[in-house]
Design a protein around this ligand. Structure first.
Ligand code: SF4
Length: 87
């Protein structure tokens, strides 16, 4: 179960996918000439949070369970992104 969300600001390209997909859990942060995603501090529907994280093109979103263990991105997702970036 997703209990906490982290967003790696350096990896976020501000595409907006997450805050559109799950505004309960993500919000935009206007940092001047750029946008970044921030966790709202709240939680949304489990499937919506998962969908938002899976839709992040840079895997900037980490989903953590109650014990603080990262449950997303998976190793498969990291490998797929790495493969895509090696083109
Ligand atoms: Fe940033 Fe990913 Fe959210 Fe896009 S989906 S705004 S890259 S955290």
């Amino acid at each position: 179960m997703i209990s906490k969300i982290e967003v790696e600001a350096a990896a976020c390209i501000g595409c907006g996918t997450c805050w559109v997909a799950c505004p309960q859990a993500f919000k935009e942060d206007d940092i001047g000439d750029d946008l970044k995603a921030l966790p709202t501090g709240g939680l949304g529907d489990q499937l919506m949070m998962r969908s938002a994280a899976e839709g992040c093109p840079t895997l900037a979103i980490t989903l953590l369970d109650e014990a603080g263990k990262a449950i997303y991105p998976t190793e498969e997702a990291r490998a797929a992104l790495s493969a895509a970036n090696s083109w």
